[in-house]
Design a protein around this ligand. Sequence first.
Ligand SMILES: Nc1ncnc2c1ncn2[C@@H]1O[C@H](COP(=O)(O)OP(=O)(O)OP(=O)(O)O)[C@@H](O)[C@H]1O
Ligand SMILES: [Mg+2]
Length: 242
Amino acid sequence: MRTAPAMGEPPLLSVRELRCGYGGKPVLQGVDLDVGAGEIVAVIGRNGVGKSTLIKALIGLLPADAGSIRFRGAEISAVAAHRRARLGIGYVPQGRDVFPRMSVEENLAVGEAIGGGRTADYERMYRSFPILWERRRQVAGTMSGGQQQQLAIGRALVGRPALMLLDEPSEGIQPSIVQDIARIGVELNRQDGLTIVLVEQNIDMIRAMAQRCYVMDKGRMVAELTPEMLDDRDTVRRYLAV
Ligand SMILES: Nc1ncnc2c1ncn2[C@@H]1O[C@H](COP(=O)(O)OP(=O)(O)OP(=O)(O)O)[C@@H](O)[C@H]1O
Ligand SMILES: [Mg+2]
């Protein structure tokens, strides 16, 4: 198992004392997070603790009120979202948010434009998600939830990110597709070195993918676990049960 990055090796992503919220309502209350290049790191926590808020702050959809976000050593907390995408951060939103009236291909073209300036890799993406090739002319809104989730991931992948932010990819998706997505995520990590931050409440998916796991509560990281520790029901109840 891969552990935290070695001393001296700067993390790909390093977050310190990050604070952010909505219209004066604080949500993130000083988040610290390190993700080494080549890692898959999970973030778990109950509903409403701030997981999606963290992901949105990392990609730049929400401005940071305080604190630091470093990507490849450079401070990006004041960099616009589209620039962060071009620096190599891919984003798969909770609920997928594919463009429902556009075809699969058109959705992917938006992802390519967002990753702009980096050479798109459709071939690699279609190899991961052959269903998207088969359905490339289909209108996205008519596909199943699992297919739309694969499209949302594919849309982020064509921009060739170094870091992928995945916000609850298993939500509302049948278990067999969850397993497929987990397997493909691990493949992209092992074969292409894709680093992943995985927000999840699905323990099976975390166990299949993650090497480390942060627990979030009330806008802070309150524990760091190995995924094996999630096999213990008391641990899961303590950190996830309402
Ligand atoms: N657009 C918004 N405007 C105001 N408050 C918001 C907004 N989005 C989220 N919040 C609030 O911020 C807090 C954190 O929400 P967030 O979506 O980050 O939680 P989460 O951990 O992702 O939850 P879930 O597991 O349900 O997705 C919650 O109290 C939520 O009500
Ligand atoms: Mg969320």
